[in-house]
Design a protein around this ligand. Structure first.
Ligand SMILES: [Fe+2]
Length: 247
C-alpha cells in the first residue's frame, strides 16, 4: 500500500513531535502493509518563505533517516511532499519543490475551520493545472462549503484533479464519504497520520470497509501517483439532490 499524505517527519508541524513518534508511526505503516510513504508537512506560503520550509523539511527528513531502524529503511520507499494550504497567491510561487518528489502531483489543503469557500479557488486550481501540475484536494470531506454541493467535486474530477479522503473518515462510516467513493469521485485514501495515539495510521482498516474492487482501484491510484503515472478515472456519477438528499 501507499500513503500519500501524513505528518510523520519529526518536529516540523503539528504531526510527530520527535523521532520516536515518527518511528512509531512508520512501524504502524509497515505493519499495515504500507511500503511507500510521502511525507507531507503543512506549508502555508503566506506564513513562511518557501526556502525556509524546504530547509526545515530536509533537516527533519535527514534526522529521521539517521534514526530509522534498518528493518524499516530497507522495506519502505519514501518521498518528500507537502500539504500546501490554499492561498490566492499560490499559483504565483514556484510549486515544483512542493510537488510529491519526482512527480507533477501537489497536495492542496483548503480552509475548513469556520470556513467559507475561498475566493479565487477555481481560478487558482485552474492556473496550477495549466502549468502541468495536478492538484490533489486533501481530505475533501472536511470542507462544508464543498460538501453542501458535491457536484463541485464532480467538476474537479472531470477537470482532472484528484480527490483524497482520510482513512479515518472511511472507518467512521461517514455517509457522504461512502457516497463519494461509490460515485467514483474519490481516487486516493491516505492516513493523514499525526501521532501514534491521537491520529494514527488506519489505512488497513479503511480499505477493509470498501468493496474489494474499489479498494483495489484506490490502492492502484495511490501507486500511480507515487510513480508519477496518470491515474485511471472511473466514470464519475454527477450527484443530484432528490428530496433534500444527494444521490
Ligand atoms: Fe494533513
Amino acid at each position: 500500500m501507499t500513503d500519500l499524505h501524513c505528518h510523520i517527519l519529526p518536529g516540523i508541524d503539528d504531526g510527530a513531535q520527535d523521532v520516536e513518534a515518527s518511528v512509531a508511526l512508520l512501524k504502524m505503516e509497515m505493519e499495515q502493509g504500507v511500503d511507500k510513504v510521502v511525507f507531507t508537512p503543512h506549508f502555508n506560503c503566506d506564513e513562511m518563505p518557501l526556502e525556509e520550509f524546504l530547509r526545515r523539511r530536509q533537516k527533519a527528513y535527514d534526522k529521521l533517516m539517521a534514526a530509522l531502524p534498518s528493518r524499516i529503511k530497507n522495506n519502505m520507499e519514501f518521498k518528500l511532499g507537502a500539504e500546501v494550504y490554499f492561498s490566492p497567491t499560490l499559483s504565483s510561487i514556484d510549486l515544483a519543490p512542493l510537488c510529491i518528489s519526482g512527480t507533477s502531483y501537489i497536495l492542496i489543503e483548503l480552509p475548513f475551520v469556520n470556513a467559507i469557500k475561498p475566493t479565487f479557488l477555481s481560478d487558482v486550481l485552474y492556473d496550477i493545472s495549466s502549468k502541468g501540475i495536478t492538484p490533489i484536494i486533501a481530505h475533501v470531506e472536511r470542507y462544508p462549503y464543498i460538501l453542501s454541493d458535491p457536484t463541485q467535486i464532480y467538476h474537479w474530477v472531470t477537470a482532472g484533479y484528484v480527490i483524497q479522503v482520510n482513512a479515518k473518515t472511511i472507518c467512521q462510516g461517514d455517509r457522504m464519504v461512502k457516497n463519494l467513493v461509490e460515485w467514483g469521485l474519490v481516487q486516493i485514501i491516505a492516513s493523514d497520520a499525526h501521532s501514534p495515539k491521537k491520529r494514527p495510521v488506519l489505512l488497513k482498516e479503511a480499505y477493509g470497509h470498501l468493496r474489494p474492487d474499489m479498494a483495489k482501484y484506490i490502492k492502484q491510484s495511490c501507486v500511480d501517483v507515487f510513480d508519477n503515472y496518470e491515474i485511471d478515472v472511473l466514470e464519475p456519477h454527477r450527484p443530484k439532490k432528490v428530496m433534500g438528499r444527494w444521490k
